[in-house]
Design a protein around this ligand. Structure first.
Ligand SMILES: Cc1cc2nc3c(=O)[nH]c(=O)nc-3n(C[C@H](O)[C@H](O)[C@H](O)COP(=O)(O)OP(=O)(O)OC[C@H]3O[C@@H](n4cnc5c(N)ncnc54)[C@H](O)[C@@H]3O)c2cc1C
Length: 232
């Protein structure tokens, strides 16, 4: 489906991350984990890029995507957008989906790879699914963490949702984990990992190293969904 909609709301999530919301056309259906392409017009030059939908299929009023701002051309164009400015959206696309079909899942996100995980967690929470969710988020610093309040709110509503954060370049004040996601961490934080379906999302080097790790842990491809945020 293709539609042109004005931006209805912009949410600053971090110093370099913004969410953009649009009215959701009634006919626009998607599954948690999928992505759209967003095409912007820069004086006649049209550029489209893919973004995972960071809202949930249960949110009927709006769809949202969340962009890490890079200072490059497309990013600056988006950053300069205000409410009322329009974008051409097409989708949904992508095979990394969650519809409540699994009893236990493990979500591994690197940086802005949190976006599909937020959609999945919100969907499971709103639908009051029995799915047990363990989300491990890896970021560089405290300033790079996004959606922390939203996850805290979801945890209050959903006792089956657990979140573990690790920061690889945290400040001295950070009391939590500082390691990259590794097999020891998975074994410690998700002891029943072999029974779970894995969802992996992040920049390509992160996704590649997670795939190597999961293969070494004898997790078959049939138990892994992945989305590589190519373009970084
Ligand atoms: C399925 C999918 C889902 C995605 N979901 C998201 C999402 O939810 N959120 C999100 O933020 N992104 C997402 N992405 C990535 C997104 O589509 C963009 O590729 C990304 O945001 C970078 O776009 P950009 O225009 O800011 O940077 P680009 O200009 O495309 O830059 C991308 C890379 O090229 C390098 N580069 C570009 N120009 C120069 C230059 N002049 N000199 C040196 N290096 C340069 C940059 O360092 C960077 O590494 C997704 C990608 C895919 C495939």
């Amino acid at each position: 489906m293709k539609f042109e909609e004005p931006v209805t709301e912009i949410i600053q999530r971090a110093y370099n991350v913004k969410s953009f919301r649009f009215n959701r056309p009634e006919a626009f259906d998607f599954k948690a984990g999928q992505y759209i392409t967003v095409t912007l017009d820069n004086n006649g030059k049209k550029t489209g890029k893919p973004f995972t939908i960071s809202s949930s299929p249960t949110e009927r009023e709006h769809i949202e995507f969340t962009k890490k701002l890079t200072g490059h051309e497309y990013s600056n164009l988006l950053d300069a957008m205000g409410t009322g400015d329009t974008a051409l959206i097409s989708g949904p696309f992508g095979k990394m989906t969650f519809e409540g079909e699994y009893e236990k899942i493990a979500l591994l996100s690197g940086g802005i790879g949190i976006t599909p995980m937020i959609s999945i967690c919100k969907y499971a929470t709103d639908m009051k699914l029995s799915t047990d969710i363990m989300l491990i988020c890896s970021d560089k610093t405290e300033q790079d963490m996004v959606f922390t309040e939203e996850l805290e709110d979801m945890k209050k509503e959903n006792p089956r949702l657990s979140v573990f954060n690790t920061l690889t370049r945290a400040s001295e004040n950070w009391k939590g984990c500082r390691d990259r996601i590794c097999s020891n961490m998975i074994e410690r934080e998700i002891p029943d990992y072999a029974e779970r379906i894995f969802y992996v999302c992040g920049p390509p080097p992160m996704v590649d190293s997670m795939m190597d790790m999961l293969h070494e842990m004898k997790i078959p491809d049939s138990m892994i969904y992945k989305e590589s945020l190519t373009g970084y």
